[in-house]
Design a binder for this molecule. Structure first.
Ligand code: AMP
Length: 103
């Protein structure tokens, strides 16, 4: 079954999309925990960081550099980047996503 984030990537569910490229999409979290709360989501559906393969290294690095670009675009002076990993790590949606939270 595809994740809710894949449905957003396929435009089957609405989201406030901030950026997209071949590898990832960025949209605003529906329940923001900061003034700016973005989710940076790879198009490749990997359930958790624990499932990432060595070959995903460039993709995972890309997510961080896209976060940097979003911080610049939105003029943030600082922000938090967070992966929740697995049930015990507070992860609710099993499609890797990087939270960017800035006030
Ligand atoms: P996590 O706990 O790391 O899995 O975070 C999942 C995040 O996805 C939460 O912060 C939710 O508010 C957010 N979320 C869930 N559904 C949607 C949606 N349809 N659009 C945007 N954000 C969502």
């Amino acid at each position: 079954m595809e994740s809710v984030f894949t449905k957003i990537i396929k435009r089957e569910i609405d989201a406030k999309i901030e950026y997209e490229d071949d590898l990832c999409i960025v949209f605003h979290d529906i329940h923001p925990k900061a003034r700016v709360h973005l989710l940076i989501v790879p198009k490749k559906e990997i359930p958790t960081i624990m499932d990432a393969a060595d070959e995903d290294q460039a993709l995972l690095g890309h997510l961080i550099l896209v976060a940097r670009n979003m911080g610049r675009k939105l003029d943030l002076e600082g922000y938090r980047l967070q992966f929740n990993v697995g049930h015990k790590g507070g992860q609710e949606i099993y499609h890797i996503h990087l939270h960017l939270m800035g006030d």
